[in-house]
Ligand binder design. Structure first.
Ligand SMILES: *Cc1c(COP(=O)(O)O)cnc(C)c1O
Length: 374
């Protein structure tokens, strides 16, 4: 028999597939239980704006047609929102798609991608698949003010003349940690102008306004900067797969060369426009998250559990011992969290902030599980 594995390109041979949060239906099948809550994938517990759902439903009548491959309407809407030329917007099938385009356009064997320890798993996946070397910068120490957060100096120290792309998540997933706007400004000044910097802002809307950086302003200063945003998180449209990147006209043109002609679908684009228009829904989601975040932090503190600082819609919880048995025990109580062993954080589970009912159930289940283990 032919050894087909050895025929895969070298980068792909070494890959381990991305591990998504466990779907509710899968747990139902496996354990035969119902009333399951999933707090594993940082989705909006409110789902999308009703207007976005209606818009997607209305678009069902036209499924026989290809979508607008240029995404004209959504790009126009985003251009107005961000005060940017539509030629500087690249739409993606989720913002993951934009990350993949960046890797395809700027990385290959002989180049390297730089990112932090504990950074979002898609950065190494996308980079390694195209043959690039992975350069991982050590994160901030556990006893620092931003434990396990990105260390911008350490990232810079990894950059050399072969660096194609620097990936940064702000806030980062799975840690929830964030960067100070002034530090980010300084950092961009120091990065060589021919290195592409991806600033992944999937959780931007959840950040306290005073902690947010001026990524829009920085885009006009740095041609090598790409800011990515998504409709999967605060807009509650994860199932439809729609996100985008904002960058310079030059970089946008390069990304469009590798973009699949019809990478974003008509349901997603029309729903995204309606989601952008429903600012009240976003405000509700953020308020619910703020409330739930405070509730969970207080509850976890009472259980004697530490958490990493978070400006996102989830918490990385430190159990102080291997968390896999706790994850399994929680599954049996119908609560799905996210193990972080694949991020070299085996003592942590990541919990998405849910509705108040879900948060209470999560804390109750944890209390029972920790009690049984004691
Ligand atoms: C969820 C997430 C994304 C968004 O992924 P989509 O493909 O847009 O669904 C991007 N970056 C980070 C850090 C995330 O956590």
């Amino acid at each position: 028999m032919a050894d087909l594995v050895s025929r895969a390109v070298p980068g792909v041979q070494g890959l381990t597939p991305y591990m998504p949060g466990k779907p509710v239906e899968e747990l139902e099948r496996e354990l035969g239980i119902d009333n399951i809550i999933k707090l594993a994938s940082n989705e909006n517990p409110l789902g999308p704006s009703p207007a976005a759902r209606d818009a997607a439903a209305a678009a069902l009548g036209d499924l026989g047609r290809y979508p607008d491959g240029n995404g004209y309407a959504l790009r126009e809407r985003l251009a107005t929102r961000h005060g940017i030329d539509p030629a500087r917007i690249v739409l993606g099938n989720g913002s993951n798609d934009v990350l993949e385009m960046v890797a395809r356009a700027f990385l290959c064997s002989g180049r390297n991608a730089v990112f932090s320890e504990y950074a979002f798993a898609v950065y190494p996946l996308a980079s390694q698949a195209v043959g690039a070397e992975l350069r991982v910068a050590p994160a901030q120490a556990l006893d620092s003010p931003m434990p396990l957060g990105h260390d911008l100096d350490a990232l810079l120290a990894q950059v050399d003349k072969h660096t194609g792309v620097l990936f940064i998540a702000n806030p980062n997933n799975p840690t929830g940690t964030w960067l100070k706007p002034a530090d980010m400004q300084r950092f961009l000044q120091d990065v060589p102008a021919d290195v592409i910097v991806v600033l992944d802002e999937a959780y931007y809307e959840y950040m306290a306004p005073e902690k947010r950086g001026d990524s829009r302003g920085m885009l006009d200063q740095y041609e090598n900067l790409i800011v990515t945003r998504t409709f999967s998180k605060v807009h509650g449209l994860a199932a439809l797969r729609i996100g985008y990147g904002l960058t310079s006209p030059t970089v946008a043109d390069l990304l469009n060369r590798v973009r699949q002609p019809f990478n974003t679908n008509s349901l997603a684009m029309t729903a995204a426009i309606a989601a952008l228009d429903d600012e009240a829904h976003v405000a509700r989601a953020v308020a619910l998250n703020n409330e739930g975040m405070a509730f969970m932090q207080a509850g976890l503190d009472r259980l004697g559990l530490g958490v990493l600082p978070s400006e996102a819609n989830f918490l990385a919880i430190d159990f102080g011992r291997p968390a896999q048995p706790i994850f399994d025990a929680l599954l049996h109580k119908g609560v799905i969290l996210r193990p972080l062993a694949s991020y070299a954080m085996p003592n942590y589970l990541r919990a998405t902030i849910g509705t108040s009912v879900e948060n209470q159930r999560c804390l109750d289940a944890m209390a029972q599980v920790l009690d049984q283990a004691a």
